[in-house]
Ligand binder design. Structure first.
Ligand SMILES: [Zn+2]
Length: 414
């Protein structure tokens, strides 16, 4: 099995982290800003030095191609993103892009020619920190978001994506379209605590979880806090509190994969000495299985309806947004697992908690991801960190999974 050059990858990550470096050791490289442009330029230079052809598409996604022996074969894409959160870390996204570069450098070192071409991709505006929504470049690439819609998206200062692309010189003419792609592999830090707590350097990602957002509005009767005896009250806040605890109990019934969150609570016109007449709150449900998230939603609706009814209140529940579970391609997932096994690395199968460009790609082409642990499970934080040995393990798994898919055609003298 081929092994990547760990110290070289680490040095490359360290070099890239200097662009947009923050005093607390993090990185600020918002999409299509001067920092992002410099980061992309440095990456493109490295790709050219590795003998690759660099092109960008109309939404600024950056592709670097290493030809294969079969001119007609579609490329195996590997990548992630170089943009960061405003107070981001040195690994989120960057790791997947530079691990892909290390894959190509290693293939060059060993004179390996693959049958299928390999293309590294850095997707535009993955973070969603400057332009909303997140994962915009990959959404346009696969056709989930029309190009024109994306180009008209504005940042907080009213600058459109089109203007930012023109000003930074990051737009190009490579064709959009996932139909000319063989498969997609992405390495990423886990951004959570699971791998680290289990002592596993590798997460074999099986897919993205289903998400469901509900809006709940509980209506009771606002009344005087001092004159209304307890049995006469229709308190929307206490009813909402009962619903919150029931929601937590539902999560326990779907443990460990079911996740529930009440992220926003609004008590309109609240006052210290008035019983809450109306409460609105959000519910975020997640589960990797579409049938299970249906069952969770059903339990939520039934339980909330009963709590409201028992207290003589009304509860209106609306679905605000839903996204189905996105299982990755089982053959590609197996390639990642086989690579981890081949090295004897401890690993586990894991569901991606966060959104990734891979989720967009997975709806169109065979896709898989490799996770490595991040220290204390921290991400979207300047203190985000990863261990050099884990960084190496992840890239070793990546190169062998990619090679199995891209097929070694021949080797020539390096
Ligand atoms: Zn990321």
């Amino acid at each position: 099995m081929l092994k990547i050059d760990g110290p070289r990858l680490w040095a490359t990550l360290t070099e890239m982290a200097k662009i947009g470096a923050t005093p607390k050791g993090g990185v600020r490289r918002l999409a299509l800003t001067e920092e992002d442009r410099r980061g992309r330029e440095l990456f493109a230079t490295w790709c050219s030095e590795a003998g690759m052809t660099v092109r960008t598409d109309e939404v600024g996604n950056l592709f670097a191609r290493r030809d294969g022996s079969n001119a007609k074969a579609k490329p195996v894409l590997i990548g992630s993103h170089l943009d960061t959160q405003p107070e981001g870390g040195r690994f989120d996204g960057v790791y997947g892009v530079l691990a892909a570069l290390e894959v190509v450098r290693t293939l060059n070192d060993h004179g390996v020619v693959t049958e299928k071409p390999i293309e590294i991709v850095s997707w535009t505006n993955e973070e969603g920190a400057r332009f909303t929504p997140a994962m915009l470049g990959s959404a346009v690439f696969v056709g989930a978001t029309p190009l024109e819609t994306a180009l008209q998206t504005k940042d907080a200062d009213g600058v459109t994506l089109r203007e930012a692309l023109n000003e930074s010189g990051c737009a190009g003419t490579r064709g959009l379209g996932v139909e000319n792609v063989d498969s997609y592999f992405e390495a990423h830090i886990e951004q959570g605590p699971i791998l680290e707590s289990h002592g596993n350097p590798i997460g074999v990602v099986t897919g993205g979880q289903a998400i469901r957002w509900l809006d709940v509005e509980v209506t009771g009767v606002a009344a005087h806090a001092g004159t209304t005896p307890m049995p006469y009250r229709k308190d929307a806040l206490f009813a909402s509190a009962a619903m919150a605890l029931e929601l937590e109990a539902i999560a326990q019934r779907f443990a460990p994969l079911g996740l529930v969150t009440i992220g926003q609570v609004d008590v309109p016109n609240s006052s210290r000495n008035t019983i809450a007449g109306r409460v609105a709150f959000t519910v975020d449900l997640r589960h990797p299985d579409d049938k299970k998230i249906d069952a969770m939603e059903h339990e939520v609706r039934t339980a909330f309806g009963k709590i409201a009814g028992d207290r003589g209140l009304e509860a209106a529940i609306a679905t605000y947004w839903k996204s189905p579970a996105t299982p990755f391609d089982s053959a590609c997932v197996d390639l990642v697992e086989e690579a981890a096994e081949g090295f004897g690395y401890a690993y586990e199968r894991i569901v991606s908690g966060a959104g990734h460009d891979a989720i967009h790609l997975a709806r169109h082409v065979p896709t898989a991801m490799v996770f490595i642990p991040c220290v204390d499970g921290l991400s979207h934080n300047e203190a985000e960190d990863a261990l050099p040995e884990d960084v190496t393990c992840g890239a070793n798994v990546l190169i062998n999974a990619v090679l199995a898919r891209a097929v070694i055609g021949s080797t020539v003298d390096a």
